[in-house]
Design a protein around this ligand. Sequence first.
Ligand code: FE2
Length: 448
Amino acid sequence: MNITTAPELIGRAAQGITPGYMSGFGNSFETEALPGALPIGRNSPQRAPYGLYAEQLSGSPFTAPRGRNERSWLYRIRPSVQHSGSFAKADCGLWRSAPCFEHEMPIAQLRWDPPPLLQGQQTFLQGVETMTTAGDVATQAGMAAHIYLITASMLHQHVYDADGELLFVPQQGGLRLVTEFGVISISPGEIAVIPRGVKFRVELIDGPARGYLCENYGGAFTLPERGPIGANCLANARDFLTPVAAYEDSDEPSELFVKWGGALWVTQLPHSPLDVVAWHGNYAPYKYDLRSFSPVGAIGFDHPDPSIFTVLTSPSETAGTANIDFVIFPERWSVAENTFRPPWYHMNIMSEFMGLIEGVYDAKPQGFLPGGASLHNMMLPHGPDREAFDHATTSELQPVKLTGTLAFMFETRYPQRVTKHAATSGTLQADYAECWRGLEKRFDPTKP
Ligand code: FE2
């Protein structure tokens, strides 16, 4: 299918901005794939240019405070009522939603090896494997942590998620997210967020793809407050990229899947629903290169809580108590003096799902592999393994650069329930807790 993109690409490339994207976080963007397609001075003229239909997509209630109000105006070939129809229940495979009580396992710290890529043909729709769920999809609170395994591009198929926004974290292989707002390409080290209700399909770029997916049932991801850090560092707004308008004028039949109410539904369409020729507003998909993150950390002694590595946060109604924090552990210098430098031993009211994109995570030099995952649930103790403890307590504390490493965490205020698939998977490490067994008693009351 041909995709028609915006003519302003050339101008933006000349300005040094990546072709195909507009920079900034939460901006009021405007973009058109045909000159003059975007009405000027009003949202809904009597007749929109090019015979397009004007349509609003509201990501927040109309009356949300201005700072959290999200909506976009789309100018499309057909209104979305024609991208709908008689829905039938579809097979959702291993995609689960909260609350999910399908399997009960004893509470424990859990860790999984990376799942192998399958040999068969598997699109995004078949490739989502839910590891944990938290909260309740019907109350728009909580999240699901998924792993995706994709070996085939979606062809004449599209999907939107009414249950939550989707945060893609590629670990192996790139993805091309063809959305009704434009096209986003991401590869390992980058992330993308597709808001609730935005139609898209997933295509492969360079072979099979594996990665992580956070389905956020709650408030939309936004940038965290910086507090005393000030106006700069961490994730900077200008590094977020939103695609320029691109559309398909295709009358080839297609299927539209909708994730709604914890189930997957499907309807048949006689055309492509990706028919938005122009749009403006602040509710749109975006991408971000995690290597743009400017970490802030300890330059004296001790180290701050890992919240200093928060890239995006989904706030809840309670200040400082996130529905989800998306946190990364990137390359950085470690320089603190007379300090136990790895993450400390702790218990946490928040629940932590972790993944590793590349390299070695400093608290778990063994067993936590790229593409794998771990879960440290609410008030379950965890921390560095024996090897990391020995290294941290005996090595000479020179400045050290942690290189070639990128781990992340989906951290939520809600306890995470492990799915049956995750609990019975052959990738579950039965001996994970053994990594702390070797931490022998060192206490000697005669040696202060
Ligand atoms: Fe932790």
